[in-house]
Unconditional design. Structure first.
Length: 474
């Protein structure tokens, strides 16, 4: 295989079908709701959804799965075409179809049909796993992972491997970087297992014990148990203090597919070089946003195929985000600055700015730009670290770096509806106000916390260091 190594997803694809309607009465012959159908939609589920989510942003993704000659398999091929590269195992039987009937957006009943057994992998499948940059196993209990288990075990020794397990599926191969059961799966996987602790309850302590037991049983580097609104609990073999990664906000929406989004984001972050803890932080935030946007049933996920493109570029994400929000009729908000040492004043400004619209993009001065504006010795923090800190804030949706002394050029590309600055400016004093007016945008000033500034923080740090140097030891 030539070119950059792909991210490989291995697992069981399903066809998810949602029949939507309204229910205002009961059937005359039984105490069952009558659903008047208003629409229906079909899309790949299981490993198909995970692969499509991993491919967002132009990432090269190969999906290894079992497909047959049935209509459901053909529907999956059509929907995934142009999004991921398919490597198929033969399917002896038909692809599973899971149909949900929803009334008022809430499931009333689910109907499961179909099912088959995966066949043996060919040489192309073996080569893909041998050359993978990272691997995600999306196990839905249909044993596609079992068909390629030797190749997965070899991949886990060479590259980050994330396993999203199923109680009826195959156990993760030893050496998995992370295994990501949800709360119910963790309970089921521990219940009655030989040597498993007799743990009961839903406390964090109970899930910490379950996670540790599973990590030791599977010889995994870590087990991340997803706990819904409570976030994710990361445990490791041998016990120790678990790490709780809370959700950034309570997401009210359809949770269908949230686990696939979480696992896909986790493996993509590991492929980008993030530590497991950092990858899980990103995945928790992405999963919450996914649920809030409507989950797997969100039609925006399937409107246009994700055409493979260049490597991940955060700046490109910012421009795509702005275009997407505008296309939906939302309000794009932007702000800018050096953000050399992020302090309480910055955090308050960013939180206030995010509440003004539907997304917040931070325009960040490059290192050279900061030096020209602030003088020698600045910035104190390099631009990569400044961007990373800002992107980690729940109020910030994207960061774009600019090289000029002022952000007019980058604003001309972003074309935000609102430009926010903090402090004692008047709108007329803002150099950006003129360029905002050229497309009907508005510059505004928000209150700033008094006494907070990077310059003041740096001065106090220097004064404290000087005092420490003058003070004798002891």
């Amino acid at each position: 295989m030539t070119g950059p190594k792909p991210l490989v997803v291995v697992g069981d694809v399903l066809l998810d079908e949602d029949i939507e309607g309204v229910a205002t009465r009961l059937a005359p012959d039984a105490p069952a709701p009558v659903v008047d159908v208003t629409g229906d939609r079909r899309h790949p589920g299981g490993a198909g959804l995970a692969a499509a989510l991993a491919a967002r942003g132009g990432r090269d993704v190969v999906l290894v799965t079992a497909l047959g000659d049935d209509p459901a398999s053909e529907a999956v091929r059509r929907e995934l075409g142009g999004r991921v590269r398919l490597l198929e195992l033969p399917l002896h039987g038909t692809l599973p179809v899971k149909t949900r009937v929803l009334a008022g957006g809430r499931p009333v009943v689910r109907i499961d049909r179909g099912g088959g057994t995966p066949g043996e992998p060919d040489e192309a499948v073996r080569e893909a796993l041998a050359g993978a940059h990272a691997v995600l196993v999306a196990d839905y209990g249909r044993h596609t992972a079992g068909a390629v288990r030797p190749q997965l075990a070899d991949a886990a020794r060479r590259t980050p491997l994330v396993w999203d397990p199923h109680p009826k599926g195959d156990p993760p191969v030893p050496g998995a970087r992370l295994v990501t059961p949800n709360a119910a799966e963790a309970v089921a996987l521990c219940a009655g297992a030989p040597g498993a602790p007799g743990v009961s309850g839903v406390s964090l302590g109970a899930f910490a014990e379950r996670g540790t037991e599973l990590a030791e049983r599977w010889r995994a580097a870590g087990v991340a148990v997803t706990l819904g609104d409570r976030g994710v609990l990361l445990t490791r073999p041998g016990g120790g203090t678990p790490m709780l990664i809370p959700a950034p906000f309570r997401a009210d929406g359809d949770p269908c597919g949230a686990g696939d989004c979480f696992a896909a984001t986790t493996v993509a972050a590991l492929a980008d070089g993030l530590l497991p803890e950092e990858a899980l932080q990103r995945a928790v935030a992405e999963a919450a946003a996914f649920v809030a946007a409507g989950g797997a049933g969100n039609p925006e996920l399937w409107h246009a195929p994700a055409v493979p493109g260049p490597a991940h570029d955060p700046a490109a994400d910012a421009f795509e985000l702005a275009e997407g929000v505008r296309a939906r009729g939302g309000t794009v908000v932007a702000t800018g600055g050096c953000f050399d040492l992020v302090h309480a004043g910055h955090v308050g400004l960013l939180e206030s700015a995010r509440r003004v619209g539907d997304c917040l993009i931070v325009c960040l001065n490059s290192d050279a730009s900061v030096t020209r504006r602030k003088g020698a010795g600045r910035p104190l923090t390099p631009v990569a670290d400044r961007a990373r800190v800002l992107a980690a804030l729940g109020s910030v949706d994207a960061v774009v770096v600019f090289e000029e002394d002022t952000p007019e050029a980058v604003l001309g590309r972003l074309r935000p509806d609102v430009w926010v600055k903090g402090g004692d400016y008047s709108v007329e004093e803002l150099p950006e106000a003129e360029v905002l007016r050229s497309w009907g945008g508005q510059a505004v000033v928000l209150p700033y916390l008094d006494g907070r500034s990077t310059t003041a923080l740096a001065r106090r740090a220097a004064e404290a260091a000087a005092v420490a140097l003058r003070t004798p030891d002891g």
